[in-house]
Ligand binder design. Structure first.
Ligand code: SAM
Ligand code: SF4
Ligand code: SF4
Length: 337
């Protein structure tokens, strides 16, 4: 094992998010807006996706550099052919302490048990509203709330406990349904996390006016169901956590816009075709694919990852221009959240 890596701000490399496919069965307005995506979609062909073996090599190389948490993402990761075989491989990589996946949940009813059997450790699920109309409008009229709730139940039956449920809040779109979400998930054993709408990608028409600061939710929720702050569980945790005083579990606030956490950011991301990014808001990735074809290239692969991370100075959210002016970025559905 090589010496632990740190970037120019002494931030270690601890987490790796691997996008396993860029396609999706939803068209969320903040991620893959229908019109823009259909115009510029250009999804990767099946043959251009990294193979399971290449992803296993990739993961193992990152783990050798200090990564202990791996999250599979996309696009919609459950659409990737052979996903359960990939999970089996990753679960057996020595040093992976936390193997997680984030999904829109629509395919969980038929896949949750296979994912558990393959060795997946945790699931995070995205659900922006319990109101079918609001949900349909956000997701481009794909899927239903009822089906996602079935997915949550299937995950529970398969043995996944304490799911994290991510809700991206957009002012004027779903903010009027947030307290219903809080009421529904309080006491359910799952943890709702409210995420500020972010200016990822180039086509979601982001503006600060559409962001509801997490501090407002803290006040509103606390007024209705008193909360007390919880200590973070590990360095670099993105969510501020609060427990319901009455014992009905906890809630998380991910205030990426109003309270950026770049100073603690220890996440690297790799796209489904092998491009390595050190920030969600980058536009340039480093191509790792040529070094993934053979086990013999492991040292060169680790050197490329290391040299890129050690030069890393990213702090996009701290430096964000609040006027809403943004530079070109890779799309979220290619990079993975
Ligand atoms: N398709 C899966 C899903 O939706 O869970 C995984 C990929 S998705 C890109 C990962 C996460 O990014 C989701 O929780 C999604 O809500 C979040 N996300 C996408 N665009 C976002 C944005 N503009 N602001 C905040 N979160 C966003
Ligand atoms: Fe698909 Fe997830 Fe993006 Fe929604 S947020 S369009 S479910 S990749
Ligand atoms: Fe990390 Fe970049 Fe997000 Fe800052 S803006 S927290 S550096 S991914």
């Amino acid at each position: 094992m090589l010496a632990p890596l740190a970037d120019v701000q002494a931030r270690p490399l601890r987490d790796l998010r691997i996008s396993v496919i860029d396609r999706c069965n939803f068209r969320c307005s903040y991620c893959m807006p229908k019109n823009a995506t259909h115009r510029n979609g250009n999804f990767l062909s099946r043959g251009s996706l990294l193979s399971n073996r290449e992803i296993e090599r990739l993961a193992s190389a990152f783990v050798g550099l200090g990564v202990s948490k791996i999250r599979l993402t996309g696009g919609e990761p459950l659409l990737r052919p052979g996903l359960t075989h990939l999970i089996e491989r990753l679960a057996s990589v020595s040093g992976v302490q936390d193997l997680a996946l984030i999904t829109n949940g629509i395919l969980l009813p038929q896949m949750a048990q296979d994912l558990a059997n393959a060795g997946l450790g945790r699931i995070t699920l995205s659900l922006d509203s319990l109101d079918e109309k609001v949900f349909a409008a956000i997701t481009g009229y794909r899927g239903t709330v009822a089906r996602v709730l079935e997915g949550i139940e299937a995950a529970k039956q398969a043995g996944f406990r304490q799911l994290k449920i991510n809700t991206v809040v957009q002012k004027g779109v779903n903010d009027h349904t947030v307290l219903d979400m809080v009421r529904y998930f309080r006491g359910s054993g799952h943890t709702l996390r409210l995420i500020e709408f972010m200016d990822v990608g180039n086509s979601n028409q982001w503006s600060f006016d559409h962001v509801v600061p997490g501090s407002k939710w803290l006040q509103r929720i606390h007024t209705r169901w008193p909360l007390r702050p919880l200590a973070s569980q590990y360095p670099g945790e993105t969510a501020r956590r609060y427990a319901f005083v009455d014992g009905a579990g906890e809630i998380g606030l991910i205030n990426s816009i109003t309270e950026p956490f770049c100073g603690q950011c220890s996440r690297a991301r790799v796209t489904a075709e092998g491009k390595y990014y050190t920030c969600l808001f980058s536009d340039q990735g480093v191509d790792l694919r040529p070094l993934l074809a053979s086990e013999h290239d492991r040292s060169a692969l680790q050197e490329r990852i290391r040299s890129c991370w050690s030069r890393r100075a990213d702090s996009y959210s701290l430096d964000r221009d609040s006027s809403g002016h943004t530079t070109p970025k890779v799309e979220m559905y290619r990079l993975g959240g």
